[in-house]
Write a protein that binds this ligand. Structure first.
Ligand code: SF4
Length: 354
């Protein structure tokens, strides 16, 4: 019960009913799982998933020590800073610490940049933190390939390869290569919502995870994939974050409505204009690679053309963007009563993975 004691409100949260009607499908039997892994990007949807888990487990009297946050470092750990918000790593660490949870980072070696620069070379290995230190797997393929172009906006993950190579595959590698998941039951939780796109609307709410081997004869591993907020509208996402009074990622206060990569291939013109205004140095390497590849990050326009077309978010300022560009998030994670505010980016333009 130690982990439960680590998180308690100074006063009970207000009785806001925010969950869907309870069904056996929407509420797995949490007690039956040995591990509950929350894929945590630092964005609002993964935060909402985490809060659902905390709420459900706390109500059921189940200790939180079976919960793990997994964050996939898009830029890796080898020095690239092409894509991610600088504040994201520290924000994830702050959230984990506030709730007394384990946090494991994982990444493709060299991150997005190395994968994009593949030139007649195999994909790099995947690195993942474990309770016993950093491990790696993969990177031994003899299959050489050349990318040297930006992933393209598409629901097809072979075209939009960043999601599969830098997140989905990295998570699968980390599960497949840790014996602690063998002969155990694991719940893998992700925050896709049907409202975001027709592609996401087709995702199942509950299904065997791609690493599931529940019927394996040599190696048995039971892994379920749960999308607890699949049916939620954005209102419910912000409602549960408000209910727990958790500080959202600082990019929301700068007007961004979806937060994952800072230089996401789905960035809107207004987002490009905001970055160009307050952090122009972040777009310089994007533009340089566009020139080098002869392939733009957007289907038709260069990132500078997009920035010129857009209008910086009125909620952005040097100060608000400085919070996003800092590598250290050292603000209170749980806001004081009455201090939580809906960020400017809530209910904004929908610019993110489909
Ligand atoms: S946030 Fe955007 S750029 Fe980053 S991995 Fe996802 S789709 Fe790719």
């Amino acid at each position: 019960m130690e982990q439960l004691a680590l998180f308690s409100f100074p006063e009970p949260p207000p009785p806001v009913e925010i969950l869907e009607e309870s069904t056996s499908l929407s509420r797995p039997d949490f007690a039956a799982y040995d591990y509950i892994i929350v894929a945590f990007s630092g964005g609002k949807d993964s935060l909402a998933c985490l809060l659902v888990i905390i709420e459900e487990l706390t109500e059921a009297g189940i200790p939180l020590d079976k919960v793990e946050l997994w964050h996939h470092d898009i830029d890796g750990r080898e020095g690239s800073s092409l894509m991610d918000w600088p504040a994201t790593r520290s924000y994830c660490e702050a959230i984990a610490k506030a709730f007394g949870l384990k946090l494991y980072f994982s990444w493709k070696e060299g991150g997005f940049e190395r994968e994009m620069l593949r030139d007649n070379a195999p994909t790099a290995r995947n690195m993942f933190e474990t309770p016993d230190g950093i491990r790696y797997a993969g990177g031994t393929s003899s299959k050489n390939n050349t990318r040297r172009k930006w992933p393209q906006v598409s629901a097809d993950l072979s075209v939009r390869w960043c999601s599969s190579y830098l997140k989905i595959d990295v998570a699968s590698t980390a599960i497949n290569n840790q014996d602690r998941f063998l002969s155990k039951k694991t719940l893998f939780v992700t925050g896709e919502r049907a409202q975001e796109s027709s592609a996401r609307a087709n995702y199942a709410t509950f299904e065997p995870h791609r690493t599931d081997r529940r019927n394996g004869t040599r190696k048995m591993r039971h892994v379920d994939h749960w999308r607890p907020i699949h049916a939620w509208k954005e209102e419910k996402v912000w409602a549960i974050i408000e209910k727990f009074r958790v500080a959202p990622h600082p990019a929301y206060d700068s007007g961004f409505s979806r937060v994952s990569c800072m230089n996401c291939i789905f960035m809107s013109s207004n987002q490009a204009a905001t970055i160009q205004t307050f952090a122009p140095e972040k777009l310089v390497p994007v533009a340089a690679y566009e020139q080098e590849f002869g392939c733009t990050i957007h289907r038709t326009l260069t990132v500078m053309e997009r920035a010129a077309k857009g209008t910086p978010y009125s909620s952005s300022s040097k100060a608000s963007m400085a919070r996003c560009l800092s590598e250290s998030f050292d603000e209170p994670v749980i806001r004081a009563p009455g201090q939580w505010k809906l960020p400017a980016g809530a209910f904004g333009e929908c610019a993110g993975p489909t």
